[in-house]
Design a protein around this ligand. Sequence first.
Ligand code: KG4
Ligand code: ZN
Length: 337
Amino acid sequence: MTILAIESSCDETSAAVCTNGKIESNVVATQLVHEQYGGVVPELASRAHQQRIVPVVERALTDAKIQKKELSAVGFTRGPGLLGALLVGASFAKALALALDIPLIEVNHMQAHVLAHFIQDQTGVRPVPAFPFLCLTVSGGHTQIVLVRDYLDMEIIGQTEDDAVGEAFDKTAKLLDLPYPGGPLIDRYAQQGNPLAFRFPEVEMPGLNYSFSGIKTAFLYFLRDQTKAAPQFIAHNLPDICASIQHTLIQILLTKLRKAARQTGIREIALAGGVSANSGLRATLQQMGDKEGWNVYIPRFEYCTDNAAMIAMAAHFKYGRGEFTSQEVSPLPRMEF
Ligand code: KG4
Ligand code: ZN
């Protein structure tokens, strides 16, 4: 059973091939056009997907040494994401499935981030979380604590009520005049800084929910006050500023995750989404896991940020259950579980 999967929800055009649950290729073309605008411009994202989708799919098939006629199904991201961006992947997937007369499989992008934990590729066998497990999914658009009962049985038990944590990283970076996406740059500078150099307030949210808009505003005022007193403040303290803000965001994320783990009694703990590429978050989660007696699972770097391999994994599980989609399907920018 060979599935071609397509991801086009935001600013990555990606295609992957999966044969009997094993990833044979995963091609990701990141759109650099957005850098100069300090964020993803939806119309430009859509156009870039149109330009890239054909070469990206061709490359994924070539890398996997698979011909179109050998495909059993086509999977694609139905949502959540940017409408114009999703439309390109969805239209392409529908057309290809129709032309080859094979089933079409819709995938929820956030579920796919969780299922990235089950990716096996040519790099060898990796341990996978046992059900039920908790997954902290942290990306540019979402921050969720997900209770995963089975491959396709998931429940969001906590989430952000305003900004996503990736957005908090990116907006902080923007205030520091760093290019988009700023998350990886904050991570890099933070590695040379003191995480306790500056303190930022943490907002106490009820239950298992998060809020990141307050810290963004607090950071804005902090920078305004500091640069008023010392105009070179950012240039002279960049590593310490990055380390301190990153430390605060990690503390907020992990304190709630620990609460969720204690509340549910679950010790299988997973991390997913673009922000799970953050080296500080990975290390701190591992330390907390050792202390709490958790088994911690973090996907390989390339499967943390947006990629079609995770879409292929989700499509693989759906194929096994015969969960196919009709040609009438349209993208859902606010798709829920
Ligand atoms: O999952 P993803 O690739 O796309 C969405 O579905 O949103 O996540 C992208 C987010 C961006 O906010 C980016 O800044 C953040 O992940 N990110 C990081 C790191 N690498 C990516 N944030 C902090 N540290 C990183 N190393
Ligand atoms: Zn994502």
